[in-house]
Design a protein around this ligand. Structure first.
Ligand code: HSE
Length: 320
């Protein structure tokens, strides 16, 4: 058993237009880092949380990394891979904004579960870590949706076919597909953005539009048809309800399209907005246009991340 491990779990974009709670992909950056080390006191303790501006709890029952780590440790005890009195100390380094729509709680949850598994020599399969990370995500947003957790854990572009039982399917990522994600300096709490949807009377026409776009998006990824991917980034159900939570959203989306983006929508529950593009140059142009639009239309500063979809997912970063 190594004395200490350090893991990284990437941010992610979920929903991806029409795929509410069922589609997501990982970003190369930003992401969270969690360190785990063996301790004499049984159970999980969080000895440090950094980069959160003092907002997050160090109580392992209320911190998503702690909840996921506890869940993983209990599974390791159950299979005899950890002693009944095994103890773990965690350090959580938030390297991404909270309530940003970038899967911040999912990244911390994934990193917490992965760090414990790595500390004990990786007895659990990666797939088994999904349930432990979901336990963390459920604490953050009141719902164990996997469309941020699964891409952060596995990397790539994923589809959650069902939740009961959970069935995660890898999707291909066409060469040249790039992402521009822009995070305006405002916040949207996922639980509130989800509450907007509960009991909303969606029409069958909205459902038909989203089903068609979701299927076409998956086909577009398989056919490496970036135009089809782009025109399938259309959400007639959730985006119209959540857009008012994001100041300047319409202007930002229009700016991304004018800059040549293939498609643009809300990242997760927002306020970040993502655009897909063919190639680095267009992605960078779209990101710059979106940042300008947030400033001009809403007076908001914003930062952007541009790059490919991350293929590696969560990983140890203290090994050569
Ligand atoms: N699918 C989730 C939502 C992602 O849109 O509420 C946010 O965590």
């Amino acid at each position: 058993m190594p004395p200490r491990v350090r893991v990284f779990a990437p941010a992610s974009v979920s929903n991806v237009g029409p795929g509410f709670d069922v589609l997501g992909f990982a970003l190369e950056r930003p992401g969270d880092v969690v360190e785990a080390e063996a301790a004499d006191e049984p159970g999980v303790r969080i000895v440090e949380v950094a980069g959160d501006g003092g907002e997050l709890s160090t109580d392992p029952d209320r911190n998503v990394a702690g909840v996921a780590a506890r869940s993983a440790l209990s599974a390791l005890r159950g299979i005899g891979a950890a002693a009944p009195d095994a103890g773990v100390r965690l350090r959580v380094h938030k390297r991404m904004p909270l309530a940003s729509g970038l899967g911040s709680s999912a990244a911390s949850s994934v990193a917490g579960a992965l760090a414990v598994n790595e500390l004990f020599g990786r007895p659990l399969e990666r797939r088994a870590l999904l349930d432990h990370a979901l336990a963390g995500e459920a604490v953050a947003s009141g719902s164990a949706h996997a469309d941020n957790v699964a891409p952060s854990l596995f990397g790539g572009f994923v589809l959650i076919r069902t939740y009961d039982p959970i069935d995660v399917i890898d999707l291909p990522v066409p060469e040249g597909l790039r992402v521009a994600v822009v995070h305006p300096h405002c916040r949207v709490e996922t639980s509130k953005a989800r509450a907007l949807l509960h009991g909303h009377p969606f029409t069958i026409e909205q459902a038909v539009a989203n089903l068609g776009n979701l299927a076409a998006l998956v086909v577009g990824l398989h056919r490496k048809d970036l135009d089809l991917v782009g025109r399938s980034i259309e959400d007639r159900m959730v985006e119209p309800l959540r857009a008012p939570l994001i100041p300047g959203f319409a202007a930002v989306k229009a700016a991304a399209r004018r800059a040549g983006a293939l498609g643009c929508s809300i990242s997760g529950s927002g306020p970040s907005v993502f655009a897909l593009a063919d190639g680095d140059e267009t992605a960078a142009r779209a990101a710059a246009a979106m940042v300008d639009a947030f400033r001009d239309a809403a007076g908001l500063d914003a930062e952007s991340y541009v790059g490919p979809i991350d293929g590696a997912g969560a990983r140890r970063i203290d090994e050569p």
